[in-house]
Write a protein that binds this ligand. Structure first.
Ligand SMILES: Nc1nc(=O)c2c([nH]1)NC[C@@H]1CN(c3ccc(C(=O)N[C@@H](CCC(=O)O)C(=O)O)cc3)CN21
Ligand SMILES: CC(C)C(=O)C(=O)O
Ligand SMILES: [Mg+2]
Length: 282
């Protein structure tokens, strides 16, 4: 092999690509060993395959599909029936990653029974490995019931987008008096049996404090670098989101520009009769 970067390893090949099937206990183990890990959203087979191959250990089929797949303004309208087919595609594309499915708004709030029924659909029909839903103390009963049934639960506290209408918009949570509630929520989800907890838009110092206090791994999004793990919506991470993105986003690529340029080049060659060339012709 030459010294060039190969598609098999890539520039970061040495530090990624764990070719084992990620399980919940591995994430716990990584926290014990002080090893950080990353999580990305995925919504289809092809991208899941790329992220799985890159060694991303956890993929989330987020209800953010409401925005990035279906074009809704918020995550409130998306349904189980809209999310389930995406979960099936991601699971087929990701043989190594732990695939977590987000429960959408309206599918778990009323009772432990409702949460278990919804989670069960994602496990049976979607073949997900775990579910995630929003809320702290207020969904502790749901977390306990779903976990007791053998379904690992990832919790989600801080800014919970499904509650945008009561949280007063897309805002940082846990400032001032909110800190006590955030800590209470973190402890409640751990005690209810969650295997991990997402903290969204929480001041870094508070997120660090919660991360030290909890035994389960914390996954930050806009919660500073002292969380045990990080998550981003993949389109934000790769520079594929049209328009402005939140302050917590870093663009690691220019996929949007790449795709647009490819479409322009294709259109141009078709119009000029250059594509298809003899080598593309039977
Ligand atoms: N593409 C995408 N990325 C996401 O991170 C994401 C979604 N969609 N959809 C579901 C939720 C919604 N999320 C959001 C949406 C907007 C802001 C936002 O506008 N934040 C502003 C205001 C912060 C403040 O003033 O407190 C920001 O500048 O970060 C944050 C999180 C996170 N999730
Ligand atoms: C941003 C992550 C945590 C999420 O809940 C989603 O993508 O729906
Ligand atoms: Mg979500």
């Amino acid at each position: 092999m030459s010294d060039s970067v190969t598609p098999e390893t890539g520039a970061y090949g040495a530090v990624s690509t764990p070719k084992r099937k990620t399980r919940v206990h591995h994430l716990q183990q990584m926290k014990s060993e002080g090893e950080r890990w990353s999580m990305l959203t995925a919504y289809d087979f092809s991208t899941a395959k790329i992220f799985d191959d890159a060694g991303i250990p956890v993929l989330l089929v987020g209800d953010s599909a409401a925005n990035v797949v279906y074009g809704y303004d918020t995550t409130v309208p998306i349904t189980i029936d809209e999310l389930l087919p995406l979960v099936r595609g991601v699971v087929r594309g990701a043989p190594h990653a732990l695939v977590v499915a987000d429960l959408p708004f309206g599918s778990y709030e009323t009772s432990a029974q409702q949460a278990l029924a919804s989670a069960t659909r994602f496990m049976k029909e979607g073949q997900a490995h775990a579910v995630k839903f929003e809320g702290g103390e207020r969904v502790a009963d749901q977390i306990a019931a779903v976990t007791a049934a053998g379904i690992p639960v990832m919790a989600h506290i801080g800014f919970t987008p499904q509650s945008v209408n009561t949280l007063g918009g897309f805002r940082v949570q846990g400032r001032g008096d909110g800190a006590d509630q955030l800590i209470a929520d973190a402890i409640a989800v751990q005690e209810a049996g969650a295997f991990s907890v997402v903290m969204e838009m929480v001041p870094a110092e508070l997120a660090a404090q919660v991360t030290r206090k909890l035994t389960i791994p914390t996954v930050g999004i806009g919660a500073g670098h002292e969380c045990d793990a990080q998550v981003l919506v993949w389109q934000d991470m790769a520079g594929y989101t049209a328009g402005r993105t939140a302050k917590f986003v870093k663009k690691f690529g220019n996929v949007g520009d790449e795709l647009r340029n490819a479409a322009l080049a294709y259109d141009n060659e078709v119009k000029r009769g250059i594509f298809p060339a003899p080598e593309h012709t039977f």
